[in-house]
Design a protein around this ligand. Structure first.
Ligand code: FAD
Length: 592
């Protein structure tokens, strides 16, 4: 099995050469410590930790899975020790507030570290990453007392967090949820109900687990307008922060599932468990979006990480595996050529590479926007970043997770029969990646959010700041064929949206019928923008006499592949979208 190696050079290309992270850090009040040396030292250490401690547990977690025994959940061998090292070395609080025990570094830097942790081991990384969403939600919506009580221990990693939304009958449609919250005399609430599919819902890594729970107050309106948000600890917390009594939170079972077996997916039962209301009553759904948006970007990273991991393993194999001859033999002294000479293998490898490296820039760009929203003091910059994130979150989550399914399938195919065999690790990437298109809002729901709620719902306004950026880049680099093609794709996208706006006004089915395909159209177009930038920067570096010509030439070759063999998919997608909704809706359900 191939070993994970953090692609530090490519990360640095995305951070510094494309996205200007150094000047970005200089613009943030919490970025002044981020000198190039400091950033480099953090990334080197994170790479070492991910490669040597976390990655070796990836197949262990898959094979052993988590165990449930009389309500207690045990994680796979080595997970607890790795988690201890993670907290002891201060990784848990890297971008958390210093006044609560964190190190206060920019979120985008934590995101690069996160890439390494997830690529090394998706299942393990979820024990850490859900805590960040819980912290942000508590910070954004809870009272100062609750923040002081709950945040420090989650920040230092001695407690972990979860998000408890889903119930057996309530998945995409959270308006159906039934978990109840009844006021107690002391101002707290008694929470009762059963949540399903809760990631990291119970485990043996931390001494307490802080659940962020959606529930209904008595007499709450039906639907999403009657949902409130609560903190419910597994073990009650005394006023001085010490652990108190059990809080009647139990794990009823864990799921036996297709992938991410090292992460416990739990049924969590609340039985008059003591909880605290955060945010306004009945406004829980919009408050939960703090967690949901952060998690959607995290899931985009998970998709991207599987692309990277699968690519690394497939590339090593393709250089090593000898089968058949190229038209002109490349390896005459050996019985056959390595399979990387074959065009079809190159097609699959290039597809992985284009999604891995382009997807990295897209993810890092979103993380940069998150930094701006959290820490920049320029109101116009914050507004622009918020608008861009509103547009890019569903695209990044939906597109990169769909791309991960294609790329990890390619990874199996490149290894031929060996790709299908567990020992080589490729099939685990495929199985582990599969959930990313489902949780945090299925990609069908991302498509609806993007087209219906965000784009058409804002009369197209949400697109303004991002479109302006793309347009400015294309016009400033109008000599680049890649910039020209990007601008053409952008115009096609805008025209498509205009057409959809017209048909949607007549028939609501048109939006739903177009939503998924439109999401993919948007994803290919957005990725074109980042590949065009990569090509332009690489061309400039070569022209300036860089001694890394091989690195930059590979960028230009991958950009060319992307523009000539991947981006043209948008033309057929546009044809599918404009075929209308009748071809989906005319057949009555009973006639299927
Ligand atoms: C391993 C795992 C981990 C998870 N972790 C968590 C967690 O930590 N916390 C948590 O709260 N939940 C978690 N979930 C739940 C997950 O978020 C849900 O499974 C997901 O939101 C989909 O809900 P559902 O399974 O009920 O599917 P459904 O909502 O029943 O959807 C079924 C299908 O119908 C489609 N569909 C539904 N409505 C529409 C519509 N209006 N238009 C178009 N298509 C539609 C969906 O896209 C999907 O394809 C997890 C699930 C799994 C499997």
């Amino acid at each position: 099995m191939s070993e994970y190696k953090a692609p530090l050079r490519d990360m640095q290309f995305a951070m510094d050469e494309i996205l200007g992270y150094q000047s970005h850090y200089a613009s943030l009040p919490n970025g002044e410590e981020c000198s190039p040396d400091m950033v480099d030292a953090i990334l080197q250490e994170a790479a070492k930790f991910s490669e040597s401690v976390i990655a070796p547990l990836n197949s262990v977690g898959d094979e052993e899975g988590c165990q449930w025994n009389e309500g207690k959940v045990t994680t796979p061998t080595g997970f607890k020790d790795a988690y201890q090292q993670y907290t002891e070395n201060g990784w848990a609080g890297l971008s958390q507030k210093p006044e609560l025990g964190g190190q206060g570094l920019p979120i985008s830097l934590n995101n690069v570290v996160y890439e390494m942790l997830v690529t090394a081991n998706h299942a393990w990384s979820m024990y850490a990453s859900l805590s960040w969403g819980a912290v942000s939600t508590i910070e954004a919506h809870a009272s100062e007392d609750l923040r002081q009580l709950y945040m420090p221990a989650v920040i230092d990693g001695s407690w972990s967090g979860t998000m408890c939304l889903t119930e057996a009958h309530s998945g995409s449609d959270l308006g159906l949820l039934r978990t109840k919250a009844t006021p107690n005399e002391d101002g707290s609430y008694a929470i009762s109900g059963s949540k399903m599919f809760i990631s990291s819902g119970d485990h043996d890594l931390t001494e307490n687990i802080i659940h962020i729970v959606l529930a209904r107050l008595p007499d709450a309106p039906t639907g999403v307008k009657g949902i409130s948000l609560f903190i419910v600890p597994k073990i009650q917390v005394n006023q001085d922060g010490s652990l108190g009594e059990s809080n009647n939170v139990s794990c009823g079972s864990i799921e036996h599932k297709m992938g991410i077996n090292g992460n416990a997916t739990c049924v969590i039962n609340f039985d008059d468990s003591k909880g605290h209301l955060i945010a306004q009553p009945n406004k829980g759904m919009s408050a939960m979006f703090t967690f949901i948006n952060e998690s959607r970007l995290g899931v985009a990273q998970q998709g991207h990480s599987h692309i990277e991991a699968s690519y690394q393993a497939a590339l090593a194999y393709a250089k090593d595996r000898l089968q058949m001859r190229a038209p002109v033999p490349q390896n005459p002294e050996k019985p056959a050529d390595p399979i990387i000479v074959h065009p079809d293998v190159r097609r699959m490898l290039f597809t992985q590479k284009a999604f891995a490296e382009g997807g990295r820039v897209l993810n890092y760009y979103c993380a940069q926007l998150v930094d701006i929203v959290h820490a920049n003091q320029d109101a116009a910059a914050v507004e622009s970043a918020q608008s861009q994130l509103a547009l890019l979150i569903p695209i990044t989550k939906g597109f990169l997770t769909e791309a991960s399914l294609e790329a990890t399938s390619n990874g199996i195919q490149i290894l031929g029969g060996h790709g299908y065999i567990r020992e080589w690790g490729q099939e685990q990437h495929y199985r582990d990646a599969r959930i990313t298109a489902i949780y945090e809002g299925t990609n069908g729901i991302q498509g609806l959010d993007l087209l219906g709620r965000k784009i058409l719902g804002s009369g197209g306004k949400v697109m303004g700041p991002f479109v302006e950026k793309v347009r400015a880049f294309c016009q400033a680099n109008s000599g680049s064929v890649y910039a020209q093609t990007t601008e053409k794709a952008l115009d096609q996208w805008l025209t498509l949206i205009d057409k959809l706006g017209v048909v949607a006004a007549k028939d609501r089915n048109e939006v739903n019928a177009a939503a998924y395909d439109h999401l993919m159209f948007a994803g290919y177009t957005v990725l074109a923008y980042f590949w065009a930038q990569s090509a332009v920067v690489a061309e400039q570096a070569i022209a300036a006499g860089s001694d890394e010509t091989e690195f930059y030439q590979a960028k230009i070759a991958t950009a060319r592949f992307y523009f000539e063999r991947i981006l043209p998919r948008i033309d057929s997608i546009a044809t599918m979208i404009t075929s209308g909704s009748d071809n989906l809706m005319d057949l009555p359900a009973e006639a299927f």
